[in-house]
Design a protein around this ligand. Structure first.
Ligand SMILES: Cc1cc2nc3c(=O)[nH]c(=O)nc-3n(C[C@H](O)[C@H](O)[C@H](O)COP(=O)(O)OP(=O)(O)OC[C@H]3O[C@@H](n4cnc5c(N)ncnc54)[C@H](O)[C@@H]3O)c2cc1C
Length: 477
């Protein structure tokens, strides 16, 4: 892999001016031709910042994106985009944006999903990233090449819509940025197969018109489930909202400021966790009130022990009687749903807002050190413990916005690859001391053990760890 030599490896744009298809097989190029480059998989928020930071560190980059545009989850034109018409950020602008590319001052605290896409498109244009992306190109296989055969990674790509022959290119390093909010996690319930009503996963929910005039049961109290319940409160004939446990529902604003900014202000005083939890819980109880008044169960955990739910409107609609809270589902019948407290509802439509699971079908599980459940165990949620040139960007579930964290992850990957080139001995030393640290947690809170919290971090604890890594990866003066 060479640095500071932009012309050595040909940019993908050289092969196809429209950049909509991978280099044709007729070029006769061998699998080794990109072996000085880094391959980035995915051109969502994580992939874009990976391209940008690797390029700025001097690396040649090829990015493969199976869709036809940048933006990943925020590109509502993509089949797999999980956003719906009413999606707004739940993390405020300053806590979401990349540190070197602010969102416009004229935008609201919580921009609409179309603005987030516009932001990512502007980021891609500003830093000239699109020319490094092969759109409509899916990565189907990534295999390590043994050192005796030259090392690196053989990446197999194919046309995402089934077009074009498979093709394998060799790369020095691979950065996986394929997102973890596109593959639905589907629950199992007794009798669900016999239920005659309509059942969809939240990934199929695009517009409130889908709810209009129907009796709707929304399952799941994550941020998406709460948003859909709020849409149903305004559109549906009836709305039940099923949650397994009591949660804390933070409003989007407190003391006139976005709630994450208030939280961060408290965190900056470096108070012990128990005191922060007590202060924030007291604020919530004062601002939102006792949720039992609205028919919700009391939270069975302290604040920050589950992924934060930020929604000002759910409690409002509960208070209007437009949403009926119900507990977990016991079973389905042909026309009805029975809840664990014995109540019964007869919905026309059930929306399963039960989350998403990460998927890495193009990689053998051991490459990402996956456990039996399919959870990658990575150092700093980035580095594969046994494969120094394989990294993941974006595999985080933070208590804040994520773009700035992805940026720092990408800077760290670039710094690591640079150190390997410039000071192999120091890189080796760094690797020996850190590669096995894949069980580290980046939050002091006792976070619930569920797939939803596999990658849960406190952004402050995580950024401190990344800062430390960056200091260590700095080449000696
Ligand atoms: C409803 C909703 C609301 C959210 N709200 C917020 C918020 O308020 N703040 C926040 O910070 N985050 C929020 N998020 C999280 C959101 O996922 C991140 O903001 C961000 O979009 C993740 O970016 P990513 O690049 O990691 O993944 P993605 O955006 O999913 O991008 C991954 C890209 O990789 C491509 N890809 C995948 N596999 C392959 C393959 N094999 N070959 C080629 N290409 C591939 C995909 O097509 C996609 O373009 C929200 C998520 C959802 C679902």
């Amino acid at each position: 892999m060479r640095r500071d030599n932009w012309d050595l490896g040909r940019s993908p744009v050289d092969f196809d001016a429209t950049n909509s298809a991978p280099p044709p097989a007729t070029t006769g190029r061998s699998a080794t031709e990109r072996s000085e480059h880094v391959c980035v998989i995915g051109a969502g928020a994580a992939g874009l910042t990976a391209i940008k930071n690797l390029r700025q560190a001097g690396f040649g980059v090829d990015c493969y994106e199976r869709e036809t545009g940048v933006g990943g989850a925020w590109n509502w034109r993509h089949d797999r985009s999980p956003v719906y018409a009413t999606t707004h950020l739940i993390s405020s602008k300053p806590f979401t944006q990349y540190p070197d590319f602010p969102m416009p001052d004229s935008w609201p605290d919580y921009p609409h999903h179309s603005q987030v896409l516009a932001y990512l498109e502007r980021y891609a244009d500003h830093f000239g990233l699109r020319e490094h992306v092969w759109f409509g190109t899916e990565v189907t296989r990534v295999v390590p090449v043994p050192p005796e055969a030259g090392g690196g990674w053989d990446v197999t790509i194919s046309g995402a819509r089934g077009g074009g022959a498979d093709r394998t290119q060799r790369y020095a390093a691979v950065v996986v940025a394929n997102g973890h909010n596109w593959s639905p996690k589907l629950p199992e319930y007794e009798g669900l197969d016999n239920f005659r009503g309509e059942v969809i996963h939240a990934s199929q929910y695009k517009d409130p018109a889908q709810l209009r005039g129907k009796k709707v049961l929304v399952v799941g109290a994550g941020n998406t489930g709460c948003d859909i319940a709020v849409d149903a409160a305004q559109q549906a004939a009836r709305c039940w909202h099923s949650s397994r446990r009591g949660y804390w529902y933070a409003p989007k604003f407190a003391y006139g400021r976005p709630a994450d900014q208030v939280n961060d202000l408290v965190a900056r005083y470096r108070l012990p966790l128990w005191l922060r939890q007590r202060l924030l819980q007291r604020t919530l109880t004062r601002v939102v009130g006792d949720l039992r008044r609205f028919g919700l169960p009391k939270p069975d955990h302290k604040l920050l022990e589950t992924h934060p739910i930020t929604n000002s409107q759910l409690v409002y609609y509960l208070g209007h009687g437009s949403v009926t809270p119900v507990p977990d589902i016991a079973r389905f019948d042909t026309r009805s749903v029975e809840f664990v407290d014995g109540r019964v509802a007869e919905p026309d439509l059930v929306v399963l807002a039960t989350g998403y699971l990460p998927r890495f079908e193009f990689l053998a599980p051991e490459l990402l050190n996956m456990d039996a459940e399919g959870r990658p165990r990575l150092n700093l949620h980035v580095f594969s413990p046994n494969f120094p040139t394989l990294a993941v960007v974006g595999l985080l579930q933070p208590d804040s916005g994520i773009f700035s964290l992805m940026h720092w992850q990408a800077v760290m990957v670039a710094s690591w690859l640079r150190l390997r080139e410039q000071s192999p001995a120091r890189a080796d030393q760094y690797w020996r001391s850190h590669h096995h640290e894949f069980n580290r947690r980046f939050t002091k809170a006792k976070v619930k053990d569920s797939t939803r919290h596999w990658f849960e971090i406190s952004h402050i604890d995580y950024l401190r760890a990344v800062q430390k890594a960056l200091d260590e990866l700095e080449p000696a003066a």
